[in-house]
Each structure stands twice: as C-alpha cells, then as structure tokens.
Design a protein around this ligand. Structure first.
Ligand code: ATP
Ligand code: MG
Length: 436
C-alpha cells in the first residue's frame, strides 16, 4: 500500500481524551476513530491488525476441533426470558423494539441462542460432543466505557460453546479450550496466565480468566515463573487425548497464579523468591464450565444411551478480539510508538523513501515495492526524512527499509528492526529475503 494514497491519518499530538498508552497510540497511529462513546470505526491499518488477531484465534479454534459458524447480533428477548437472564442482565443489555412491537436485543453473549440452536437439532447422545464458535460483534452498555477499544460498548468477541453428554466430556472440552487459549496468546506475542475466576452472570462452577502482563493493566497479579517456561505451541503437546489434556490442565493449575482479589500471601511466601513474578494484568479471555444451567432451564435434552433424556453439559469460552489489539500495544510499545509483534502487525515492513523525486531513490524504492508481498507499506509521501522515521516508529512496523540517496547510489538500503533498534546496511537485492 502506498502511504500517499492510503487512509492512515496519523497524529503528532497526543489526544487529550486518551488516558492509557494503547488508546493514545491507536489514535495517533490512525488505527481507529471513536464514532460515539465506546464505539469505534476501524480504519484500514487498525482493521489489518484486528484481522490478523482474528486469523490466529480462528486457526487455534479450528485446531482444537471447534467448528466456525456465525450467529446474528440481534436476538429475540423470548430466549433470554427462558433462561431467566432477560431481567437479570440489567442495564448493560441494549434492548430494542421492532416495528411490530417485538422485543429484541443486541447480543452481549450467546449462551441462549446456542442452546436454542442445539435443542432444535441435537436429539441423541450420538450427536454429541459438539463444539462451535463464532467471531461476532457484541454490545454491552458499559457504565464507563474507557481506554479505547479495551473497554468499549461495541466490541468483537470470539465466543465458543461446548456441548457434551456428561461431566467427564465437558471437562475435556474445557481443557481443550484452555490449551487453545495458551497457544493463541503465545502466537500473539503475549504471556498469558490462566487464573481461577468467579463465574459472574454466566454462572457455573469452573472458570478461568486469562490475564496478560502489561504495565498499565487494571489488576495486580502474582504468579510462578513456571508459566514463562512452557512452549504451548510445541507439537509435543498435541492436545488430542483426554489423558494428555488432563496433564496439561494439572500443570496449568498446580503453579501459583492469582489476581489481587484472590491473592493468598501465605501460598505466595512458599514459592522460592527467585520464582515469584508480579505485575499488572489485563483480562483478554475467560472460560466457563456451567454444566446444565442453560440446557435444564431451556428444556434441551438428548436421548441418552439407555433411552432416557439427559440435559447436556455445556461450557462457553470468550476471547476479546478487539480488546486484544489494545492489549498487544499495552504489552509492546516504547516512547516512539507501537512495536508490533510480527504476527499482528498491519504491515510487516515499510519502505521509507527519504528523497522522493530523486530518480535513484524512486527507482530503487519502486523496485523493492514491486517485489514485496501485500503486507508492505511504501512511504512515498513528499515529506521530510525525520517525519517518515517518526511515523514508521509510531506505526510500529516490525521492519523499516530505509532508502536514502547515498545508499541507493550504491544499490544498498538500511534495515531497521523496530523491536531492537538494530540497523544493518545490506545490498538492496537482499533486503526482502533478510526480513523474511
Ligand atoms: P470484564 O471483566 O473485563 O468486564 P467480562 O468478564 O464481563 O469482562 P466476558 O463475559 O468474560 O467479559 O467476555 C469475554 C471477553 O470479552 C473478556 O475476557 C474480554 O476480553 C472481552 N470483553 C468483555 N467486555 C468487553 C468490553 N466492554 N470491551 C472490550 N472487550 C470486552
Ligand atoms: Mg470475564
């Protein structure tokens, strides 16, 4: 994409309304704009980051055996009356009346709809287990939307649902999702730690929040260094058999990890001091096992092996996809701007033409750009070199390919790695191969 022709409105000044660094940087780097309180338009560069996160979430859900579908944002109130949550959910729910005076709502989550879909088509224990997910916009009328996309009112969530015949099956589904989460966050360049959590309005008995470390996180967290040492993406951890998932789950829950609400100083003191880690954390995912709460309330049963009806055991699994864009930035930035992990970056690299109009710089920049993949941004603007450096650092591309008049005359460019600041002078022909 040519920067001179693209809609990436960067800002030099720090927007006064933004209290935390990710919000400031998302506005300054031209990723999003607020359209009303807690509601954002995703501009081209922001959308690319959002889509990259979605892709990784989707790949790991598919790998865990979850099937993708897409449920609507608008739901009928009747379903929520059946579960008893229509009144219970309170003012966070956006309620709508259609032209026939039918009560509708903009979905804050989908347990009721999933249970309704399941009861229409799943009749026998042979139809189970099932696990499916969608990536869809949600609306929650938060009292205090803040921190940009981190606590919005309209936000993108991946929500998955598992349906098993019995408790043993449901627990395997839960552990499979837990593994998928650890892999997802690792691929996003984040250190995530599962922490036992309260179940809140979703209800149920087994629940974990996934917290990532970032200096500006809302809660104080304490954990054992063991979490830093596991490679969740390793194929040795296939996650296929229930026995293996049990071992994985035991590892996850045997090491100490707690938010300040659940912190237990006595257990903490028992961990060797060299292994104690603490910091600030942001919730990026939350998983629940809630048993028959919805299947029983909404009359969903299947014929069991002995022919008698059984209420299936269910769980739900959320990831804040749009919140993750902010969370990744909270975890990875410096004074100059965003430092995107390779897997999330809107653009893998940018070509900075330091002297547009100069035939040698133009020709070399164009040549590299023509050979580059679609994730290349070409800064071809008529602008000062200093402004280009500042914008590239602000936007956070993992690599910068700097084309200046002196180097270009010798067919050489400078590569800068954003994360380390390391620079190297390379032959122009090697530049693309070097950045991978
Ligand atoms: P929180 O405690 O942050 O309010 P929650 O517990 O209400 O979140 P869940 O119902 O567990 O949220 O939703 C699953 C995920 O969706 C959360 O882990 C979070 O990442 C994301 N999420 C929830 N509320 C918002 C919001 N208002 N804006 C952006 N993302 C959100
Ligand atoms: Mg939660």
């Amino acid at each position: 994409m040519r920067l001179s022709q693209s809609f990436i409105p960067t800002l030099k000044e720090t927007p006064a309304e933004a209290q935390i660094v990710s919000h400031r940087l998302m506005l300054r780097a031209g990723l999003v704009r607020q359209t009303s309180s807690g509601i954002y338009a995703w501009l081209p560069a922001g959308l690319r980051a959002l889509r990259n996160i979605e892709r990784i979430v989707r790949e790991e859900q598919n790998r865990a055996g979850a099937q993708e579908l897409l449920m609507p944002t608008i739901q009928p109130a009747e379903l929520w009356r059946e579960s008893g949550r229509y009144e219970e959910y309170g003012r966070e729910m956006l309620r709508i009346t259609d032209r026939h005076e039918r009560e509708m709502l903009y979905g804050p989550t989908n347990e009721e709809m999933v249970t309704d879909l399941a009861r229409q088509s799943l009749r026998s224990y042979r139809d189970l287990p099932q696990m499916f997910y969608h990536i869809q916009w949600k609306f929650r009328d938060e009292v205090r939307p803040r921190f940009g996309v981190m606590r919005g009112r309209e936000f993108l969530m991946k929500d998955a649902y598992s349906i098993d015949l019995d408790h043993a099956g449901a627990v395997v589904s839960y552990r499979r999702q837990m593994l998928a989460y650890m892999r997802t966050f690792q691929r996003l360049g984040l250190k995530a730690i599962p922490m036992a959590a309260d179940t809140g309005p979703i209800g149920g008995e087994l629940s974990h929040e996934f917290i990532i470390l970032a200096p500006t996180g809302e809660s104080q967290v304490y954990f054992d260094a063991a979490f830093e040492e596991i490679d969740y993406t390793s194929d040795a951890l296939s996650g296929q058999s229930p026995e293996e998932l049990l071992r994985f789950f035991e590892t996850m829950t045997s090491h100490y990890a707690a938010t300040d609400e659940k912190h237990d100083p006595a257990s903490w003191e028992r961990i060797a001091s060299a292994r104690r880690r603490e910091g600030r954390g942001i919730e990026v995912g939350h998983i629940f096992y809630f048993g028959t709460k919805y299947s029983a309330a909404m009359g969903f049963s299947v014929a069991g092996p002995d022919g008698r009806p059984v209420h299936p055991e269910m769980g739900s699994y959320g990831i804040g996809v749009s919140r993750l864009v902010g969370a990744v930035i909270e975890a990875s930035h410096d004074e100059a701007g965003i430092i995107w992990p390779d897997s999330v970056a809107p653009f893998h690299a940018a070509i900075l033409n330091l002297k547009p109009g100069d035939p040698v710089c133009d020709a070399l920049s164009e040549r590299i750009y023509a050979q580059a993949p679609g994730s290349m941004l070409y800064d071809d603007r008529q602008d000062r070199a200093g402004a280009k450096f500042a914008d590239a650092d602000l936007m956070g591309h993992p690599w910068q390919i700097v084309v200046g008049p002196r180097g270009a005359a010798a067919d050489r460019v400078e590569l800068k790695r954003r994360a380390t600041g390391e620079r190297q002078d390379v032959a122009a022909a090697d530049a693309l191969a070097r950045i991978g």
